[in-house]
Each structure stands twice: as C-alpha cells, then as structure tokens.
Design a protein around this ligand. Structure first.
Ligand code: G4P
Length: 526
C-alpha cells in the first residue's frame, strides 16, 4: 500500500458524551464490529481491572471517572480506525480539549431520555472552535425517551449545530421496533436483547411499500411515513462537504448496549469521516502528505506502577512516516531522540510497531523528556499550534511539608505539571509556587502522586485568586509599566511567559481599564 493509501484509509476520532450516555458501551461495540475484541464487557472489565491496580486509580474508581485517555485501533472494511477515549468528567475539560486536538472528527453520544447535558455542551463548544466534523448517535432507544423531533430540535438549539437524521426510530422504549435507514430505504428491526454483530436489513424500493405495514403494523407504518415526509420537508439532504466543514451533523439512532444501530453508524462513519487533516504550526500548515515526519504529544500517561516513574507519551503523527529506532528531533529540548519500542494500541493489546502513518497515535516510553504540546520532527524547528493551556479556575499555594525532600517535590511538581495534571506558576515577588487546576480533584491526585511516586509531602493551601491570565503588549515599555504597577500580581508560567494573577473579576476589569494597551489572554497561545 502506498503512503497516500495508508493516509486515506485512516479515521482518527473520539467519542464524546456526558458521563453515562453510553460512550464506553459504544466504544466496545465498535471494537466488536472491528473484531478487535471478542466478548462484550471487555472494555469495561479492563477499566475496572486498571482501577484496582493502584491507589491512585482507586481515587478515580471511587469517583466513577476515568482519568486515563486510551487509544484503541481496529481495522474495519479496509479502514484503519483509531478511537481516542476522552475522559468524561468535567474536571478534566483541559485534558479532553487536548485529546480533541489529536482527532479529525468526533461521534457525539446523546442519551435519548436525558437529551443535551452540560458536558455535551462543553465538549461541543470545543469541537466548534476547531470546526471538527461531528456525527450524532442518539442512544438508549430501548428506554422511554423524548420524541425524536424534539430531541433534534433541542440539539440544534442548545448546541447551535445543524443536524440531518440518516436513520429514524420506529417507536421508542417498550414499543421500539427498530430504525428506518433514510438513505438505503431499509428497515432494521430491533430484537430486544440481540447480542449479535450482524444486523439484518430489509430493503424497500420506497417508503410507500405496503410490506412495511405487514412488518411493523399499519399504525407504525403510517407514523413512519408521516415522519419521513416531515424529515424530507424540514431537513436538507446531507451535504458531505458541509459535514466536513463542521456545519452539519448526520444523526443516527440506536441502542449501544443492544448492539443496535451501530452498523449503520460505523458504515457511514468510515465512508464520510475525514482522513487525517493538516495541522497548523509556527511555520505554516503541515500536511499529512508532507514527506518528512512530524507529530505532537497531546497526552502523557503516568506509569500505573508508582515505583517506576517512566511514562507513556502519546504522539499524534501529523506528516510522514514514523520509524522505530530512527533519530528524531525534540524541538523544545533541541535533542535527538530515538525510540526502540514505540507502541501501537490495537484494542487492549499493546504491541511494538516498526512504523506508523499520519493519523496514527503511538505511545512513546518516556523518562521525563516530554511535556504536553511537544513537537517531534525530522530536524525542522517548529512547534504545532493548538494545544494551549487555559486559565485555571482553582488555585493553591504549594507548601513543602518535608524540607528534606525539597528536590523530590520540585521534580514531582515539574513532571506532574508536564503531564498536564495542573499548571505551575511562580510568583515574581517571592518565588512562591502556585498550582492552578480546573477541578478540585486534581489537587488530591497531585498530593497522592507526589507522595506515592516522588516520596514528597506537599500541602495545598487556599489562595484567593480568580484567574491567571497571560499578558502581552506590542509596546514593551507599556508592559514594563504594567509589571511595575502590579508587581505583586505578576507570575511566570513554566515557559517563563508573563501571567497576571487577578484576585477578582473586578480587579481584572480595573487593570484592563487602567492599562488598555495590555492584552489579557485566557489561553497560553495567543
Ligand atoms: P459512559 O461511558 O458514557 O459513562 O457510559 P457507559 O457506556 O458506561 O453506559 C452507562 C450505562 O448506560 C451503563 O449501565 C450501560 O450499560 C447503559 N447503556 C448503554 N447503552 C445503553 C442502551 O442502549 N440502552 C440502555 N437501556 N442502557 C444503555 P450501567 O448500569 O451503569 O452499567 P452496566 O452494569 O450495564 O455495565
């Protein structure tokens, strides 16, 4: 296969959902279809198994969230499908944001009983920022959900996207009969707890075909015809380009746990979802077809065994071919690095690979070289854009509780913040370390990991801060004047970028009014 063919057959995406909508179940069913796993329940049991292997994971298990973002790849109809699993809990919004920088499209799962939920909204905002193409899967049709038209209206209104149903449910909950495929004009009948992976479709030349009445009864057939005619009147036909631009989302209905409606979803997904896209870098756009290898680190996963401090850095390949044992340029560190056991993730199996192509995500064993957002190239000096840090929402002072372990604490803080668990700021006036996060859980996770992995004891003390914003100005003198005036509220991030620590929204507004030439940024990339 040529490189171009390898690129074209790749589909790298994430499933996004509010917790409990069915993301894990859908992932598992997709893996079953791809033959990557043999039994239902495999993904979940893996989740639980992992959770009991260390105390750190125990914290997550207790809270019912998954901190780790794993990669699952499988082959389907000559497509190579890469699923990146996004953490579902809202505390980890930034983590999810980074994962979404590494995908080319998403499937959004919505629970038909609950409709649009808070996390769905947040995740979709991120997709809209990047015009990521979205396919919607409305799940749990075996439950008494909302009217499908109401659901679609809610999705369009609440998420500000346009939708186009490609399948349509017949009945819902106890009376759920199956779905009608609006493109193929076929019926797929629901058989309760069907556990098969093969779905039998009954094809018709037209919705007016009288045999439909026999199969799903006259009442349902009449309703279906009315629904279909309404759909055709209200929704435009699916324009693939509009979908690829992120302007319209095809919608599928089904029941993940019953393995129902998944085949339609997957078949359409591999056909229309984008192959690996280009990425913006400091030197312009980098295309998958560019000859030279490049990629970026979007996720660092700590080793589950706290005695070993090595980690897995997840690299998304943007261009060229990645080869095992070849030297690559670590742009930020100006180092040459070589990887003897780069890992690919086929479902739950990890295996060492010799090469990987654009769109693939590989795991690189790392003893502390990498940081989120790092770029690897074949020698060129540029960084990829689009993996910024965001202004945290919670802040704490770090206090060293064991003066004999200062070095360990320093190292632990450096490495954990490299992994993106939290952000580290150093206050200019007194050098005090301030940790910023988007959720309270991260402080607990950090404290636990500092002890377990670095043997360091730290306390996190409350600090009254509203936001930490990156600052810049075109006129350096004006920036200096601002720094002088607000000296006590200036800090540096890990990259030595200037940050303004605002104690309240009001104080921030005052600063903005008094210094109109200073730009305040909520992202580190501006
Ligand atoms: P998440 O990853 O989005 O958090 O959701 P997950 O797949 O874990 O699903 C949440 C719950 O919803 C699970 O039940 C799952 O079995 C159920 N579920 C998923 N798809 C469907 C569906 O189509 N219909 C119905 N009725 N339920 C569905 P649980 O009780 O939390 O877990 P389990 O004991 O079933 O594993």
């Amino acid at each position: 296969m040529t490189v171009i063919e390898e690129i074209n057959r790749r589909r790298t995406f994430a499933i996004i959902a509010h917790p409990d909508a069915g993301k894990t179940t859908l992932t598992e069913k997709l893996l079953l279809f791809g033959g990557a796993i043999q039994t239902a329940g495999a993904v979940k049991s893996n989740k639980i198994k992992k959770a009991t292997t260390s105390d750190f994971m125990e914290i997550e298990k207790q809270r019912g969230i998954s901190v780790s973002t794993s990669v699952m790849a499988f082959e389907y109809k000559n497509y190579k499908v890469n699923i990146l699993d996004t953490p579902g809990h809202e505390d980890f919004a930034e983590d999810t944001y980074r994962t979404l920088s590494a995908v080319d499209s998403v499937i959004m799962v919505i629970d038909c009983v609950k409709g649009v939920e808070p996390q769905t909204r947040k995740l979709l905002e991120v997709c809209r920022m990047r015009n990521t193409p979205v396919i919607v899967f409305i799940n749990k049709l075996d439950r008494e959900g909302q009217n499908p038209f109401d659901l679609l209206d809610e999705i369009e209104k609440e998420l500000k996207i346009k939708v186009r149903p490609l399948t349509w449910p017949i009945g819902i909950g106890k009376s759920f009969k199956g779905v009608y495929n609006l493109v193929e004009k076929s019926l797929n009948l629901f058989q309760g707890d069907s556990k098969t992976t093969v779905e039998d479709r009954i094809t018709f030349s037209d919705i007016s075909d009288a045999s439909i009445d026999k199969i799903i009864t006259q009442d349902y057939a009449t309703q279906l015809r009315a629904d279909v005619s309404l759909i055709d009147g209200v929704y435009d036909a699916l324009d693939k380009n509009k979908y690829l631009e992120g302007n319209i989302s095809p919608v599928f209905f089904g029941s993940a746990v019953n393995n129902f409606g998944i085949a339609e979803l997957l078949d359409c997904f591999v056909e229309i979802a984008p192959s690996p896209k280009s990425r913006e870098s400091e030197l312009g756009e980098v295309f998958p077809t560019d000859k030279k290898f490049s990629g970026f680190i979007f996720k660092i996963h700590a080793n589950l065994d706290p005695k070993h401090r090595d980690r897995i850095a997840f690299l998304r390949i943007v261009s060229g071919i990645f080869e095992r044992n070849k030297y690559y340029h670590h742009v930020r560190d100006k180092k040459q690095l070589r990887f003897s056991n780069p890992t690919a993730f086929m479902a739950q199996q990890k295996s060492v690979i010799d090469e990987a192509f654009p769109g693939d995500v590989i795991g690189l064993y790392d003893a502390g070289n990498f940081k989120i957002g790092d770029t690897l190239t074949e020698g060129e000096n540029f960084h990829f854009k689009g993996i910024p840090s965001f202004s945290p929402e919670l802040f704490r002072y770090v206090t060293n509780m064991d003066p004999m372990k200062t070095k360990q604490l320093q190292k632990g803080l450096e490495q954990l913040t490299d992994e993106g668990v939290a952000q580290l700021f150093t206050r200019k006036v007194d050098g005090r370390k301030i940790v910023g996060t988007v959720g309270a859980l991260q402080f607990e996770v950090m404290q636990h990991r500092l002890k377990a992995e670095y043997n360091a004891s730290a306390n996190f003390e409350l600090i009254n801060l509203y936001k930490a914003l990156w600052i810049s100005a075109t006129d350096k003198k004006k920036l200096d004047a601002f720094i002088l005036d607000r000296n006590a509220y200036i800090a540096y991030d890990k990259e030595d970028r200037l940050v303004f620590l605002a104690e309240s929204a009001w104080l921030l507004q005052m600063a903005q009014e008094k210094f109109p030439d200073i730009q305040f940024h909520v992202k580190s990339e501006y």
